[in-house]
Design a protein around this ligand. Structure first.
Ligand code: PGA
Length: 222
């Protein structure tokens, strides 16, 4: 059976109390672990201490492009490398709202790889995947890609599994790493994406914020 990833991205949501409530509810509702299906939660840095011995993997939503040192406000990969296994990098919201470029994202990817964190890089086009291949050759050995068409993010208009799978196939011809699909994934549509032969799982924004809904989504994906 192919390895599947289900990655929940909380984005910039939840107070500390809400994060604690989610964790308590999710650990009760979560389907039993499946070695072929890796569940990854990416809360904000602020929430990481809530997750003590989580029965799933943890990721961050960003990393500093710099090493540890005099970079005020930045969170270096080394600071979190003992606490998380994954880093979601280059999300389209950061590319759009903060002007993150392929060159900047590639430096964050390098920091992740050198500290043993698996980078999950978000791309919305073949060009963005191609830029990464050129800038960080080591990515091919360790990384994951999350393909997210801009029109599908947060809109309720998910792409079809056929379209997303066809795009993943093209991306994999450029960068042969597992490709996940993201954009309005729900418990009702997740199965089509995880069953597609070219996709290795899903990235989930809005539907990961509710512990019950996210548990149902995981159950439906298996
Ligand atoms: P969404 O977000 O599931 O709310 O559409 C997906 C994402 O941006 O990763």
């Amino acid at each position: 059976m192919k390895k599947t990833y289900i990655l929940g991205n909380w984005k910039s949501n939840k107070t500390m109390d809400e994060a604690k409530e989610w964790y308590s509810a999710f650990t009760k509702a979560m389907p039993p672990n499946d070695p072929d299906c890796t569940v990854i939660i990416c809360p904000s840095f602020h929430h990481l201490p809530v997750f003590v011995d989580p029965p799933f993997a943890l990721g961050v939503q960003d990393l500093s492009p710099f090493p540890e040192g005099a970079y005020t406000g930045e969170i270096a990969a080394k600071m979190v490398s003992g606490d998380v296994q994954y880093a979601l990098l280059g999300h389209s919201e950061r590319r759009t709202n903060l002007g993150e470029t392929d060159a900047l994202i590639s430096r964050k990817v390098e920091r992740a790889i050198e500290t043993g964190i698996t980078p999950v890089v978000c791309v919305s086009s073949l060009e963005q995947a191609d830029a990464l291949r050129g800038l960080v050759p080591a990515f091919e050995k360790t990384g994951l890609l999350l393909y997210e068409p801009l029109s599908a993010i947060g809109s309720g208009n998910a792409d079809t599994p056929e379209n997303a799978g066809a795009k993943a196939k093209e991306i994999r011809e450029i960068l042969p790493v597992p490709v996940l699909y993201g954009g309005s994934v729900t418990p009702d549509n997740v199965k089509g994406f995880v069953e597609n032969e070219h996709l290795s799982g899903v990235g989930v924004g809005g539907a990961s914020l509710d512990a019950g809904k996210f548990s149902r989504l995981i159950a439906a994906a298996r």
